[in-house]
Design a protein around this ligand. Sequence first.
Ligand SMILES: [Zn+2]
Length: 657
Amino acid sequence: MCLLALCAAALSPLLSCQHARGGAIGSRKLVILGIDGLDPDLLTKFMAEGKMPNFARLATQGSFRRLTTSIPPQSPVAWSNLITGMNAGGHGIFDFIHRDPKTFQLYFSTSRVEGPKHSFHLGSWVIPLGSGTAEQLRHGKAFWEILDEQSVPNYVYRIPANFPPIAAKGKTLSGMGTPDLRGTYGTFTFYTDDPTAAVGAVEGGEVVQIDVKNNRVATNLIGPDNVFRKNSPPSTEPFTVDVDPLEPVARIGVQDQQFVLKEGEWSGWVSVEFQLMPVFGNLIGNVKGICRFYLKQTHPRFQLYVSPINIDPENPALPISTPSSYSRALAKQIGEFHTQGIAEDTKALTDGVLDDKEYLEQARTVLAEHRRAFDAEFPKFHQGLFFFYFSSLDLNAHMMWRLTDPQSPTYDAELAAQYGTALEGFYEQIDQVLGEVMPKVDDNTTLVVLSDHGFAPYRHSFNLNTWLLNNGYIARKEGASGDASEPFADVDWSRTRAYGLGLNGLYLNVRGREREGIVEPGAQADALLREIRQKLLEVRDPKDGSQVITRIDLASEAYQGPYARTGPDALVGYNRGYRAGWKTILGAFPAEVLEDNTNAWSGDHCIDFTKVPGVLLSNRKIEAQAPALTDIAPTILSEFGIAKTKDMMGQSVFQPR
Ligand SMILES: [Zn+2]
C-alpha cells in the first residue's frame, strides 16, 4: 500500500508509477478473478456479517467500487464489453439470442456450429464431405490477443463468449457459449416408468418413458445428430440398468463400464462414444462425450437422470481450448470436468426433474471442479496475466433467489428454512478462493476482482410482444391462435411496426432490413421508437402502481461502432422485480401483459443496467469514480505498458483522472 501512496502523492504518469511499484514491466503480474453475477449489495451485506473476511480485507486495504455494466446487462454482452473494451456496437453481441431479419430464424448470439456443407447419399447413409465447423460470432480484438502480440504471457480460464476459442499463444479454455455434445446449451435426459409423466421434450431436456422388465431397464443414451444418416436423426448408444428387486440400488452398464448407484447417488463422469458410421469394422465419425448419472428413485417408480452429454475434455469433438491439447492435460491433472458453457443444470430444477437438494449437489460439483482447476493452475502462474472465471454466484442467484425473498411468487418458507442460505454458501466459497490468492500477491502483482453485473429479484414477467399487440404495434393474421410454436408465426408483417425479441431487444419492422419491413428508416423510425419508449415508460403494475420499465436506451444513442445498427433498435430496461416474460423472449404472445414469475429461475439481471451494477475490487487504488466494464481491457493493457487500441472506449481504472 505504501507504493500506492507514492503514486498518488506524485500524481506521476503511469509509466513512472509502474517503476515505482517495483521493477520492469516484464516482471509485472496481474490476477483477475471474474465472478459472474457477484452483486455489490449482497457482497456488502455478507462482508458486514463477517461471512466474507477476505473480500472485506481487500475492500478496506484496497478499493471497492461499483462497476457500470453493459447495455443490456446480459453476460454474453457484458463479458464481450470486458474482452474488447467496446460496447455491443463494436463487438456485435446484443443478447443471448439474435435473429436473422430476413428469415426470423433465431440463433445463439456468440457462436454458430454447423455440419458439413456438402454430402452424398449412399442408401440410408449420408456421407459428409469435409467436416463441420464452429464459428465465433463476437467481433473485435480480445485483450489476450493484444497481450500475445506484445509477448505478455497470459492464462484465460472459461471467459464467456469465447467459443470456439480464438487462436492464442497461452492456455485458454472456453466457457459460457460452449455447447454440449448435442449442440445445445445443455439437454438432460430423464428416464422413468411413471405412466403419468409427460414424455418428450421439456424446456432443457427430454423425458423418456421406459419399462422395467424382470428388474432390468434397457434404453439408450441420446447423442449428437448423426449427420451420416438421412435427416440426421440423433445418434444413440444403448445402456442397461439392473434394479435390485428389494433394495434401493441399481447397477448401470454403459459400453464397457459398469457401476452401482444407490438411490440418491450421483455417478462420477462416465465416458461414452457415439458411433456414427461403421465402415469395414472400423468406426469413423465417432465422437466422445462424458455424462453423469443420478439415480433419483428405484421403487416404486424408476427415475434416472442423465446429465447433458458434455464434450469430453480428453477427446474434444469441437475445439474448446488453446492449445487444443490443453483440455486433455487439465483433465489428466484434475479429472474430467464440465465443458458445457453453462454447467449448472438450472433447467432440470425448473422442469422439476431435480429438486433443490439435488440441484444444489450438482451446482456444488461444478464449483468444486472450478476450484480444482484453480488450485492446479494458480501455482503455475509467475508472469503476465492470470484470468479465472467463476459461474456459481450467477447461476445460483438465478435459482435460489426465491428462497431469500418472501415477496417472490415462488417463496416457500419450508424450503427457505432448508436452503435459504445456499447462495450465501457459494459467496463464502468464492471468499475462500480470494483467501488463497491474497497471500501470493506481492508488490509486483495487481489483483482485480470483478463481476459483469449484479442481481435483482425477478418476481413478475412483462410480455413485451403482448403489450405491442394490445397497443396496435403488432398485427396478427386472421384466426391466429396465439400458441404457435414458431417465433412470430401468426404475425401479419404487412401491418406490424415493432416486435420484441430476446431479453431486452425491441426492434422496428424496418423496410429493407426485415423481410417484410414497413417502417421507413430515418425520421419515421425515430419518431416511432420515441413514441413506443414514452408509452412503455408509462406502464404501471396495476397491483401496486410500480413503474415496470424504468429506462429504454436507443441503439442510436447507446452504441458506437460498425455493428451499432445490426442489433435491436432499443433496449428495454426493466425495473427491479420485473423482466421480459419467458415466452415473449422467443416471439410468442401469452394472454396477459403482466404475470407472476412462477419459475424457480427467480433472480435476474437482464433489466435497467443502472440498477444492476457489478463490482470492482483491487489491492490498488482505483482512481475511476465510476469505472465501467469497457475500462477493463484498457486497464489490463496499461498494466503491461501497452497502449489501448483506438476502438477501446474506456481507460485504465488506475489512471488518475
Ligand atoms: Zn445470469
